[in-house]
Design a protein around this ligand. Structure first.
Ligand SMILES: [Zn+2]
Length: 144
């Protein structure tokens, strides 16, 4: 995973703003592997930065996402989740409780091609859908 210093430099290179609030957003997001929603991040950030607005948070998340520095995940619960871990990895998505877990399994495609059908490729992800260990039990009991 990228360090805050590397990200700061990248944002500057992309012409983005580096402010104290943005640094706080990045730090909170980059230490988080739980695939949080913007709302969850906002609740956490408000404690350290009471003046932070949801608009600033969304603008910062959208900017990072458009540069490929974070990824948006739709896990089926109606909210967009954010993942700062953009190196190729496998995600397991539960169709019942909508939990997203990073798997230790290697993705089938370890590095994405630089270009595909005219697209410049920035990152890629591999998602598998099914039932997590908890929901799997519930599902088996319902079937009996
Ligand atoms: Zn589940």
């Amino acid at each position: 995973m990228r360090t805050i210093e590397e990200l700061t430099e990248q944002v500057r290179n992309n012409g983005g703003k580096v402010t104290a609030q943005r640094l706080l957003i990045w730090q909170t997001l980059y230490n988080n592997r739980t695939h949080p929603t913007a709302e969850e991040l906002y609740q956490k950030l408000k404690q350290g930065s009471p003046t932070l607005s949801l608009t600033t948070l969304y603008n910062t998340l959208n900017e990072l996402a458009s540069w490929g520095d974070i990824r948006r995940i739709d896990n089926g619960d109606g909210s967009i989740h954010y993942d700062p871990f953009v190196e190729p990895h496998v995600e397991l998505v539960c169709l019942i409780c909508h939990k997203v877990v990073d798997s230790q399994s290697k993705p089938a495609l370890l590095s994405a091609p630089e270009e595909m059908d005219g697209f410049k490729i920035i990152s890629h992800s591999e998602q598998y859908y099914g039932y997590c260990p908890v929901c799997r039990d519930t599902f088996n009991q319902i079937k009996k």
